[in-house]
Design a protein around this ligand. Structure first.
Ligand code: ASP
Length: 301
């Protein structure tokens, strides 16, 4: 069985307020990323390539808070975080607070494959990108009017849930390929109105992103500080591996007990060693989609 699940962020949006037109756009954006990722698996490709493909497509879509369309810092700049992990080898890497890399997930993958490091941040990460032949883009590339409007509203003292036109929109993917290898990837602009230099859970291996063959692969979305304090993604995989919980039990416990107890909000997508996928959240909604070789294909807002 091969399988892929993706998310496009979880949020506090009163879901019924999402216009039909916007719903349709989210639905088709998720469908494209899901099916392109799935096609990699169907062609016998690796879970690593499948999650990279899906996340890259969502980064390029300004609807989502990753790559172009990223949420803005309190100074109005975009600072991007991403991570990827190979469950077969436990190789992993993240990049954080990068301002000029068009596809942070590609850079995270390059750090994993071509460096001795697991986490590169800011200017050093961009130096590495240049040395690896990445073309840097101006920060303005990432900034779209909707995110400026969101920032203006937050600065005006409104809450995101009250007025935000779209949910957070962080993106992620998890997959199991036909060889049984698991992989996870996550990419985000982080929280709107964040302090410059703030890093969330997405690029932190074990917090927002984790994969381990035999256990599971996880990508998180939501209020990153809580996922970091719980080391949530690793906790889920460790619960499957060492406590014998099913993936569903492990995800449910993490979101509805541990996260909820701290007052944290968010969602998780995960796939286990057999290709079973769980997509769960304690927010009003989460953009999510899943497809497997057993015939399951669903897209939900
Ligand atoms: N988890 C991300 C962060 O805290 C944001 C999100 O998923 O909405 O940076």
């Amino acid at each position: 069985m091969y399988a892929i699940a993706i998310h496009g962020g979880a949020g506090a949006l009163p879901w019924q307020h999402l216009s039909l037109e916007l719903q349709r756009r989210y639905d088709s954006a998720l469908a494209v990323a899901l099916d392109r990722g799935y096609a990699v698996l169907a062609d016998g490709g690796s879970s690593l390539d499948a999650v990279t493909t899906a996340v890259r497509i969502l980064e390029d879509d300004p609807l989502f808070n990753a790559g172009r369309g990223a949420a803005l810092t309190r100074e109005g700049t975009a600072e991007l975080d991403a991570a990827i992990m190979d469950g077969n080898t436990l190789r992993a890497a993240g990049v954080a607070a990068v301002r000029h890399v068009q596809n942070p997930i590609e850079l995270a993958r390059r750090v994993m494959e071509n460096s001795r490091h697991v986490l590169l941040v800011g200017a050093g990460a961009e130096e590495f990108a240049l040395a690896e032949g990445f073309e840097l883009v101006p920060n303005a590339y990432f900034r779209v009017p909707e995110r400026q409007a969101e920032l203006d509203l937050l600065r005006g003292g409104h809450s995101v849930s009250e007025l935000m036109p779209v949910p957070s929109g962080t993106v992620g993917a998890v997959a199991r390929d036909a060889h049984g290898n698991l992989a996870a990837a996550t990419s985000t602009g982080g929280m709107a109105d964040k302090h410059p230099g703030r890093v969330g859970d997405s690029p932190i291996i074990g917090a927002g992103t984790y994969a381990r063959n035999g256990a599971c692969a996880v990508s998180a979305t939501g209020h990153g500080e809580f996922f970091m304090r719980l080391v949530a993604a690793h906790h889920i995989c460790a619960s499957v591996q060492y406590r014998g919980l099913s993936l569903q039990e492990a995800v449910h416990e993490t979101i509805h007990e541990h996260l909820a107890a701290l007052g944290g909000r968010g969602g998780i997508i995960a796939v286990d060693a057999d290709g079973r996928m769980i997509l769960d959240f304690n927010t009003e909604g989460m953009f999510r989609a899943a497809r497997d070789s057993g015939g399951r294909r669903e897209i939900s807002l």
